[in-house]
Design a protein around this ligand. Structure first.
Ligand code: UDP
Length: 508
């Protein structure tokens, strides 16, 4: 595998004769979505912290600009490289390089367009190889960018696939895309290859795009080959901890038949109970928050411990118009204090202005000024600071993996309202395996009424056992991510092991 390099080295080695050997280099390729960029950057920081290797993250210019805005001096060892990307060549509007800036109907075009990065990435790896006299130690690519395996092979290095999701969600997502098991039965319930026979999935847990997929649609034509290519990687890295998903790790390993290193959940140190020179607010400095962190924290200070429900649907999703109305009514009826990140409902520009008519009459006035029951935050909230506050007692979430881990890392149980991607599977796992979540509804059209909202809010906010289970997961996460003190946790040891394997491979 390394032959080509060794021959190439003969010429470049002479040019490098007076130079100190450069540290090993790792090139990382995230998919262009907020929930993928953040864990990639966190993994880059973690590897750099452990090894001092040179790390390069390469992606499209606007995504690089976003990452740059979140990086401070302390992380200037992480190099950010723009890859040329022409949106107009892929049916994408100008300046739309991230799932967040696209309507649902165009997301598949972004997935398809991501394959055009193969040539620029190949050029980048060739350049690094020429400059440093050897290829990078490895490429770490998003599982959606399976073509990185071809680039790695062509450049005599190896590819590692990184899934930014958890083990259960990832295993279900890839198995369902590869096998389309729901197409093989008329029943609403079906078995997913790789999962125990006793485990049943339901058609309503599938996003409409997967439900309709038949292997010839644009979604299948992207996912099936990219996942198949990712299955050729040297191994996979998963953003979870062995301790919190033991059976799902087994399922994932058996299904993909590759080594899987559980190196997460990759969260800022403050979320793990330790301090960091990089304030957590920096993590999203590329986003304009709808509220000052201080105002949010001052409001939370006025509330009792574990009494407030936080509601947010992640970086890009929103709910239906009638659902929003029922949610508002149920929140008010529950009497529980809440912070709700509001965005225009499905069918409207999610980044546009929020109209009062989407909420019950005088809702904001009653809630915020008269009853002082809630805070409405427009667009984007400082989620980490909010979840970290001791007044938070529950999180009504779409259960994107980052949000789920951020919540559980604080011992905060969840109310699940999955909307897309692998979120329904995350919810299924957190309900059935962890017992830290109750599902309220599914999707932007799922049934919901204010009575059910009220009932589930009260149940989750008041159920002691659920809180205790969430706190147990919090403790397991902290043990897995322990660095120093009593020694290294399983996730750091897994990363050490991966690096050692890569280094020994490179010296073969
Ligand atoms: N986030 C935030 N403020 C918001 C909404 C989201 O800080 O108002 C952050 C959140 O902390 C998480 C990420 O955006 O780190 C969302 O990632 P997740 O995997 O939960 O969902 P996605 O956005 O990918 O659907």
């Amino acid at each position: 595998m390394r032959e080509k390099t060794k021959m190439g080295e003969a010429t470049t080695a002479a040019a490098n004769v007076n130079k100190q050997p450069s540290p090993p280099h790792i090139v990382m390729l995230p998919f262009m979505a907020h929930g993928h960029l953040i864990p990639f950057l966190a993994l880059a920081r973690q590897i750099h912290h452990l090894t001092n290797f040179t790390i390069t993250i390469a992606t499209t210019p606007l995504n690089i600009a976003y990452l740059r805005s979140t990086i401070t001096n302390s992380s200037n060892q992480i190099h950010l490289i723009d890859l040329p990307f022409d949106t107009s060549a892929h049916n994408l509007p100008p300046n739309c390089e991230n799932t967040e800036s696209l309507p649902l109907s165009l997301i598949v075009s972004l997935f398809t367009a991501s394959t055009s990065l193969e040539t620029p990435v190949n050029n980048l790896i060739e350049q690094i190889t020429a400059d440093e006299g050897r290829p990078p130690l490895c490429i770490i690519s998003d599982i959606f960018l399976g073509w990185a395996n071809r680039v790695a092979e062509a450049n005599s290095t190896v590819n590692i696939s990184f899934t930014t999701g958890g083990a259960y969600g990832t295993a279900a997502y890839i198995s369902i895309w590869q096998n389309l098991p729901h197409r093989k039965t008329d029943s609403d319930e079906f078995h997913v290859p790789g999962f125990p026979d006793s485990s049943r999935f339901h058609r309503s847990q599938l996003h409409p795009f997967i439900r309709a997929a038949d292997g010839t649609d644009d979604w299948s034509l992207f996912f099936q080959p990219q996942i198949a290519l990712s299955l050729q990687s040297f191994g996979w890295v998963c953003n979870t901890a062995e301790e919190i998903e033991p059976s799902a790790m087994e399922i994932l390993r058996k299904y993909i038949k590759k080594p899987v290193w559980a190196v997460g959940p990759l969260l800022p140190p403050e979320m793990l109970g330790t301090s960091s020179p990089v304030p957590i607010s920096n993590r999203h400095s590329g986003r304009k928050s709808g509220i000052l962190v201080k105002d949010c924290l001052d409001w939370l200070e006025t509330k009792e411990k574990r009494s407030v429900l936080y509601i947010s649907f992640g970086s890009q999703n929103t709910i239906g118009e009638t659902q929003m109305m029922e949610l508002a009514k149920g929140l008010e009826k529950s009497g529980k204090p809440f912070i709700w990140v509001i965005r225009p409902p499905v069918g409207f520009d999610v980044k546009g202005e929020f109209k009062d008519e989407w909420l019950p009459e005088r809702f904001e006035e009653r809630i915020t000024r008269e009853k002082k029951q809630g805070l409405l935050v427009r667009g984007w909230a400082p989620q980490l600071e909010i979840l970290k506050h001791s007044s938070i007692g529950g999180f009504l979430s779409h259960c994107g993996w980052n949000s789920a881990m951020e919540s559980l890392s604080q011992g905060v149980p969840l109310i699940g309202w999955p909307l897309a991607a692998e979120q329904t599977y995350n919810v299924k796992m957190m309900v059935e395996e962890m017992g830290v979540c109750v599902e309220l509804t599914r999707g932007g059209k799922g049934e919901i009424d204010c009575e059910k909202v009220e009932k589930i809010i009260v149940e989750v906010m008041e159920m002691e056992e659920m809180k205790m289970r969430a706190e147990k997961i919090r403790d397991s996460i902290r043990v897995a991510m322990e660095d120093g003190g009593d020694g290294k946790g399983s996730s750091l040891l897994a990363l050490d092991d991966l690096i050692l394997k890569l280094v020994s491979l490179s010296t073969l």
